[in-house]
Design a protein around this ligand. Structure first.
Ligand code: 5GP
Length: 183
């Protein structure tokens, strides 16, 4: 499971990592936030409305879920449990509250926290991405400050300072885990 503040580059790192380790399967999360331009239903997220999301919460369909920046996000059990039972490695890209829940319910999962070199760099990246309003960026930075304080709760911390170096580090952690699971 890969966690860390929004905008820290979790998504880019994971997609590069999956080029290097193609057997990694990505869990597609559910969210109540609106799709961004180019995002596809069922590919980037399962986009649900509030009622649909809460029904699934009540039905126990989520492995973890959290309210984040005014929306709900969650990992559906159906995305993870069958694959894990079949021995396939699954990657979750989730924020910190959800990561804590997974650490509790699946202690065998490897926990990796991606940290930005500093908050200024995170702000620049969120602004550079151009997908969020200044208010939304402000909210995300506030949450990011809180999230950074959580870094030491997780097994590994990878600082995304230089992309290639962070990717190498991430790859080494994941390959280490995969070789353990093969034994
Ligand atoms: P975004 O709106 O930028 O796609 O995602 C906002 C935050 O929600 C990011 O930190 C992202 O990693 C996190 N997130 C995405 N999917 C999930 C999920 O299934 N569960 C939780 N807890 N967080 C998620």
């Amino acid at each position: 499971m890969i966690t860390g503040p929004s905008g820290v580059g979790k998504g880019s790192l994971i997609s590069l990592l999956r080029h290097r380790i193609p057997e990694l399967e990505l869990s597609t999360s559910a969210t109540t936030r609106s799709p961004r331009t180019g995002e596809q239903q069922g590919v980037d997220y399962h986009f649900l409305d509030q009622d649909e999301f809460l029904e699934k919460v009540a039905a126990g369909e989520f492995l973890e879920h959290a309210a984040y920046s005014g929306n709900h996000y969650g990992t559906l059990r159906s995305e993870v449990e069958g694959r894990v039972a079949a021995g396939h490695p699954v990657v979750l890209e989730i924020e910190v509250q959800g990561a804590r829940q997974v650490a509790e319910s699946m202690p065998e999962a490897t926990q990796i926290f991606i940290a930005p070199p500093e908050l200024a760099a995170l702000k620049q990246r969120l602004e550079g991405r151009g997908t969020d309003s200044p208010e939304a960026i402000g909210r995300r930075l506030e949450v990011a400050e809180e999230e950074l304080a959580a870094r030491d709760e997780f097994h590994h911390v990878v600082v995304n300072d230089e992309l290639e170096a962070a990717l190498d580090e991430l790859e080494a952690i994941v390959r280490g885990k995969l070789s353990q699971s093969d034994q």
